[in-house]
Design a protein around this ligand. Sequence first.
Ligand SMILES: Nc1ncnc2c1ncn2[C@@H]1O[C@H](COP(=O)(O)OP(=O)(O)OP(=O)(O)O)[C@@H](O)[C@H]1O
Ligand SMILES: O=C(O)C1=C[C@@H](O)[C@@H](O)[C@H](O)C1
Ligand SMILES: [Mg+2]
Length: 192
Amino acid sequence: MNSLLKGVNLYLIAMPGSGKTTVGRELAKQLNYGFVDTDVVIEKTAGDKPITQLFAEFGEAAFRELESNVLAQVCGFTQLVIATGGGIILKRENWSYLHHGLIVWLDVPVELIYSRLAEDTTRPLLQDVDPRAKLRELLETRQPLYAQADLRITITEEETPEQIATRVIEEIPTVLKQNIHPPEDRSLDKRN
Ligand SMILES: Nc1ncnc2c1ncn2[C@@H]1O[C@H](COP(=O)(O)OP(=O)(O)OP(=O)(O)O)[C@@H](O)[C@H]1O
Ligand SMILES: O=C(O)C1=C[C@@H](O)[C@@H](O)[C@H](O)C1
Ligand SMILES: [Mg+2]
């Protein structure tokens, strides 16, 4: 698979709590790719400030600017699995970066996301009186954007991150873009 991908990056897009980070790590391991999480890079760039704090101090628009900058940097490298932030699909300019690689949507039902994140306080957009309704509302606006991914992986409750990663890898050949050729090997050190 690695040779078939020719170093092309995989970008994971999905609703918050869908498993982009968890499945992304596993995918990187199975592909012998590096792993980058744009949320983590943003936090590091901002001096190790958690995302909740960045939202509270500077607002969502400033966070989205940082996110686009990080994405622009990351897409200059090859052989990476990139877990993106749930809202990366919102800005049109981000799509031109995402399309440098293969875009994979982890499509997880709202109820499953809700059950996973019920106790979580690190997702600022879900700190709502009714997080379940908030998730539904977010999905309604975002679904047409996530649906622009090259590959849609519909996820059920029973699947482990390892199984999901294996399924992504099995499905990649069905959607490999003929015209993607990374210019040169600019792989980051493998990080997991
Ligand atoms: N396949 C799975 N089975 C069980 N639990 C999972 C699975 N995938 C992810 N999780 C759990 O769900 C939670 C959310 O996962 P994760 O942080 O990877 O989501 P995310 O898509 O990266 O979210 P965000 O957009 O907020 O960064 C974590 O607690 C993780 O352990
Ligand atoms: O869905 C979203 O808009 C977000 C998801 C997280 O990954 C973070 O990027 C941030 O909490 C915003
Ligand atoms: Mg994540």
